[in-house]
Design a binder for this molecule. Structure first.
Ligand code: SF4
Length: 502
């Protein structure tokens, strides 16, 4: 084998981790013998295998894996709750490490890589996982290169442990992924990370192949070999795929993706990838998770006939733009298998959105939500609170937008603005009455965001208080918020049975 791509714990066990999957797919697309081993799935499976009261846990696992008719929201909540409770056992099994379905919290601050490395010497919850799930693969497949995909902070502890294990075995892995790339682009502390992970690769993986082929690295994809023999917790197989890389809009202020080059993936490459999906997965009607920062309308238009031809379902993130109101686009998408769109509506205040060059018009967003819902497409609405300069009037407009459109909003993602450590805000901070002086870099810590105040107040706290004390006091909004599960979010939402949705 040329490449073994490893995804360390923990990532949600409901779908293949997108970064590792895309990397392995791209390596296969470029003709290498490449496979992905999802060690996070193995980690969760091992935990549930040892449950002392297997009855309810096994029934919950069975439901989440096999509800072919789609999920009932109430039953889904119960099953996720049963698993969540069972995961609490982990804290007693492994001295003070806390595990949920999407995160693991060590007993030391996770932002301090050196402290984390020391903690792993005292107690390492992953050590026997490598011996059981990875060692046999290394012995049988003898990979030429081992690549570790570190996408989330929740994977950092396991990554440190995994690197130590591999080095003891005489293997020098390459560590890359979106966490070190984000630290490099808009955060701080890459040096602190590099002290414990000296072999970091800050590319998107393209440096693993010949330089001449690098520009289209993620545009030649083929189904990779998946080495974990456990099933994901999903009623339909979820398959990550991007129709584009970078962001076609590229204008929103302070967005880290603005500096990334935009490329649309050729239709032929998308078709080729779908063609490479193995038959058992095809027969189970895969749910394609479109990974685009924002699906370009032209790409969606081109994807619809391809999706129809391959009989897949899909969901992804979209900007509420005029294109969605034209040319029967939403109907065509729904007829082609679109089961959910995650719309970045962000705010009810057009003036605030304009100040940040968002290119989003709240009145248009409302029309698009209604049109999508009428076509039976689930809507998962992303709202962003606490943008610098957001006033009580802006927040009231946001509340009114949601309250007036509850029949068309199925799920809610209520976010609070985070200020990246590095951004182009510094020269505009004074004009926005922002105080950004409260941040001092800690050279032993990694950090993606920094605190700020606006007009002397903690803007994030104001936003949080508004969400809890006012927004969620609206019964209709609270109902949608409650309908949005805390665990197994996006993929499972696209499979949730709701009246009027396909
Ligand atoms: S649409 Fe999203 S990814 Fe694109 S620039 Fe705006 S915030 Fe960034």
């Amino acid at each position: 084998m040329d490449f073994l791509v490893l995804s360390p714990p923990v990532c949600p066990p409901s779908e293949p981790p997108s970064g590792a999957f895309m990397l392995a797919s791209a390596l296969r697309g470029h003709g290498f013998d490449a496979a992905m081993l999802d060690l996070s799935l193995a980690f969760y499976s091992r935990h549930f295998d040892t449950t002392p009261q297997p009855g309810p846990v096994n029934a919950a696992l069975d439901y989440l894996k096999n509800a072919k008719e789609g999920y009932d929201p109430e039953r889904h909540r119960n099953c996720a709750g049963i698993l969540h409770n069972d995961l609490k056992r982990f804290e007693t099994i492994c001295a003070n490490w806390k595990l949920t379905a999407m995160d693991i919290a060590p007993p030391v601050p996770v932002h301090h890589p050196s402290a984390l490395a020391q903690q792993l010497i005292r107690s390492d919850p992953f050590a026997d996982l490598w011996a059981r799930s990875l060692q046999p693969v290394l012995e049988q497949r003898r990979p030429g290169r081992v690549v570790i995909s570190l996408a989330y902070l929740s994977q950092l502890a396991a990554t440190l442990s995994l690197v130590r294990f591999l080095e003891h075995a005489g293997i020098q892995p390459i560590v890359g992924g979106s966490l070190p790339r984000s630290l490099h682009a808009t955060g701080s502390g890459l040096q602190a990370l590099a002290r414990v992970l000296p072999h970091l690769d800050l590319s998107n993986g393209s440096t693993l192949i010949a330089a001449a082929e690098q520009p289209d690295f993620l545009h030649r994809l083929h189904w990779p070999e998946l080495l974990c023999d456990r099933d994901y917790l999903s009623a339909q197989p979820v398959v990550p795929l991007a129709l584009s890389t970078g962001c076609y809009w590229k204008k929103c202020r302070f967005c880290p993706d603005r500096s990334m080059p935009f490329h649309a993936v050729p239709d032929t490459a998308v078709d080729e990838f779908l063609r490479s999906i193995p038959e058992p997965i095809r027969n189970a009607v895969p749910m394609i998770h479109l990974l685009d920062s924002a699906i370009p309308p032209s790409s969606l238009r081109a994807f619809c006939p391809i999706a129809r031809q391959h009989g897949v379902r899909f969901y992804g993130f979209a900007r509420p733009e005029n294109a969605f109101l034209n040319d029967r686009m939403l109907r065509d998408a729904a007829d082609s298998g679109c089961r959910m769109l995650q719309f970045g509506v962000e705010s009810g205040s057009g003036e605030l959105l304009n100040r940040f060059d968002k290119g989003i018009d709240p009145a248009r967003s409302q029309k698009i939500l209604a049109a999508a819902a009428m076509e039976g497409i689930r809507t998962y609405v992303y709202m962003l609170f606490g943008l610098p300069g957001e006033t009580a009037t802006d927040r009231a407009a946001t509340l009114a937008l949601l309250r007036d459109n509850t029949p068309f909003v199925d799920f809610l993602n209520l976010s609070i603005f985070n200020l990246p450590v590095t951004s182009d805000i510094d020269e505009q901070a004074a004009a926005m009455h922002m105080d950004i002086s409260g941040y001092t870099a800690d050279e032993d810590a990694i950090c993606l965001y920094r605190p700020f105040r606006v007009n002397g107040t903690d803007h994030r706290r104001t936003a949080r208080d508004f969400i809890h004390n006012e927004l969620l006091m609206e019964p209709a909004i609270r109902r949608i918020h409650r309908q949005t599960p805390r665990w197994f979010r996006a993929a499972h939402l696209s499979m949730m049975n709701l009246p009027g949705r396909r």
